[in-house]
Design a protein around this ligand. Structure first.
Ligand code: NAP
Length: 360
């Protein structure tokens, strides 16, 4: 496979640090450019993160002396130096939109973690096991932007990365109609740990700004279909969500209640989960989990601390499937929010788009 030089925008942040940790030993992608805000530009990466390195593994040596670029002021320089960029900057939505378009228009594809473009109709929002075919809108987006190479592709919000994968393989045959979901989300989802957010110790906060809307609406784009160079959202399933911040470092857990058009048996569901795989497995992408959905029989599983790192934090853990008195079934599922839910999901999407020839 071809080797790609890549840049990481927002490299000093929580998700940026995850990117660097994952990409340190990646077989296709070599990080050659780090960028952040003008506050960090011109400084050595090692000095910048010395007091704010949030990962449990040490900062890889090779990044320590790299001088950080200004992600906004150095677009032309960065675009000329790399094959594509990963973007995880914390800025106002309209500024992120502008920045990502600036890279695309400089003929530098953008693999984005941000929410700014998730509802742009010709920007694919890809979970490689589910809707790899949405990449087909990239030629229309290029036409709109007037680019040959540049485009923006996004990954979805971290909250839904457990329950959408678990529900999707059940839809074709049984018709998923109504879904009620309560998520229990880690503090790294806010870019924080217990040192930087001590109020979360021994605490639960019943509000995460904008999260419930994303958890209800984004699945409909993932479920959507490509028509006339755009993604048309699905109308079903109908989702309702409550999102709660809980005192764990990493891992978003979801309690799910689901109603079907044709109620399956418990074995039907378990078999659908066991046999589910997608383009990521078919293409044997380097970051793809071998088994996407793992079902745990034990009543007290999955647990955030025990299963979040399953298959490098890229697999989904599911458990406690049982019938419900109001919905048809209920179950619990879990994914790692900064791996599958953020940096790892974006790396997997980039692997897919490279393997499928969208990044030459
Ligand atoms: N944490 C998660 O689990 C998660 C999951 C999915 C998506 N996301 C999204 O990913 C993005 C980053 O999240 P995070 O948790 O990593 O945030 P974070 O830890 O606060 O890091 C923010 C990054 O953005 C950079 N930045 C801020 N203002 C900038 C500017 N004007 N120009 C260029 N760079 C700028 C910062 O650089 P400086 O160090 O120079 O300030 C830093 O590198 C956000 O959009 C977030 O919504 C996060």
């Amino acid at each position: 496979m071809k080797q790609y030089n890549v840049g990481v925008l927002g490299a000093t942040g929580m998700v940026g640090q995850r990117f660097l940790t994952i990409l340190d030993s990646h077989p296709w992608f070599n990080v050659t450019v780090l960028a952040a805000s003008s506050r960090s530009a011109g400084k050595k990466y090692g000095d910048l993160v010395a007091a704010r390195w949030l990962m449990s593994t040490p900062l890889p040596e090779k990044y320590k002396d790299m001088v950080v670029y200004d992600a906004s002021a150095d677009v032309a320089k960065i675009a000329a130096a790399v094959d594509f960029v990963f973007c995880a900057v914390d800025m106002k939505k309209d500024k992120i939109k502008e920045l990502e378009y600036a890279y695309a228009k400089a003929e530098c594809p953008v693999m984005s973690n941000n929410s700014a473009h998730r509802h742009t109709e010709d920007v694919p929002m890809i979970v490689p096991e589910i809707n790899a075919d949405h990449a087909k809108v990239i030629p229309s987006q290029r036409k709109r932007l007037g680019t040959k190479r540049g485009f923006v592709a996004v990954k979805s919000n971290c909250s839904l990365q457990s329950y959408v994968p678990a529900l999707y393989p059940l839809d074709d045959v049984f018709g998923v109609e109504d879904v009620l979901v309560c998520t229990y989300q880690a503090i790294s989802g806010a870019g924080k740990n217990f040192d930087t957010w001590p109020d979360m110790i021994d605490n639960v906060i019943p509000f995460i700004g904008g999260e419930e809307e994303k958890s209800e609406q984004e699945p409909l784009k993932i479920w959507g279909r490509v028509e006339g160079g755009k993604i048309v959202n699905a109308e079903k399933p109908r989702f309702t969500a409550q999102c709660i911040r809980v005192p764990v470092t990493d891992g978003h857990l979801a309690a799910v209640f689901v109603r079907f058009a044709n109620k399956p048996s418990k074995d039907d569901i378990l078999n659908a989960w066991k046999s589910f795989s997608g383009k990521a497995q078919e293409l044997e992408l380097p970051s793809a989990p071998k088994q996407f959905l793992h079902y745990f029989e034990e009543d007290n599983m999955p647990q955030t601390k025990l299963q979040r790192d399953l298959e490098g934090g890229m697999a989904i853990s599911v458990g406690r499937l049982r019938e419900d008195s109001q919905y048809d079934y209920k179950f619990v599922c879990l994914s790692h929010n900064t791996l599958r839910g953020a940096a790892g999901g974006a790396v997997l999407m980039a692997e897919l788009l490279c393997a499928e020839g969208y990044v030459d």
